[in-house]
Design a protein around this ligand. Structure first.
Ligand code: CTP
Ligand code: MG
Length: 187
């Protein structure tokens, strides 16, 4: 039997690295545009100046770091048996890399789509700002850490928890970033 409240909490807590990668990219970002300043065949920027390698790698690695810290807490409070990124360190690392790099690869995917439909860099993308990172993170987990994915997100409760919490959470984090003057716009 699936314990629904527990499944929701586990799905949320374990996805924290995926959530952290995006705002962390704002901190490390701004250097080396991923598209090298080039335009796509439609004459618009491929990605725009908001997607840089320093944000991509810095944000992803800070996401991984947050997952390792969480793992420390799980071990410290002896909850590792019920909630974890994996049973061995290599599995934990692969899971965290897949989740975090998937998160920022999804962020890039969202920007690519935004540019194609004519929303400029920093423009409000609504669900295009909020869902691609979670969906590509799921995809990377499915490919590289399927055991973990199946336990926590391979059921409708886990997947839906992340997709439903993402829009309000994204909004809240961006308002905080705006107030801290880390972001120019509150979305
Ligand atoms: N950032 C970065 N590299 C990334 C992701 C983010 O440097 N791979 C930094 C950029 O300074 C960016 C800021 O984080 O402006 C906010 O990220 P985001 O809202 O995703 O980018 P936007 O500027 O809104 O651009 P887009 O419209 O393409 O989403
Ligand atoms: Mg944005």
């Amino acid at each position: 039997m699936l314990n629904i409240p527990l499944a929701i909490i586990e799905a949320f807590v374990l996805f924290i690295p995926g959530f952290i990668a995006n705002p962390a990219a704002v901190i490390t970002g701004g250097h080396f545009p991923m598209d090298g300043g080039r335009n796509f065949t439609d004459g618009k920027r491929i990605l725009g100046d908001g997607k840089t390698w320093s944000g991509y790698f810095g944000g992803s690695l800070l996401g991984v770091l947050s997952g390792l810290i969480l793992t420390g807490f799980f071990l410290l409070f002896h909850v590792a048996g019920s909630i974890s990124y994996g049973s061995t360190f290599p599995i934990i690392l692969v899971t965290l890399l897949a989740m975090s790099f998937g998160s920022l690869t999804g962020d890039v995917t969202g920007s690519f789509i935004k540019r194609r439909i004519g929303i400029q860099r920093g423009g409000k993308g609504s669900l295009l700002d909020q869902w691609p990172f979670a969906l590509v993170s799921f995809l990377f987990l499915f490919i590289f850490s399927r055991g973990f994915f199946m336990i926590y997100y391979g059921n409708i409760i886990g997947a839906l928890t992340i997709l439903l919490i993402t829009p309000p959470l994204h909004r809240a984090v961006n308002i905080i970033g705006y107030k801290m003057k880390k972001k120019d716009v509150p979305w």
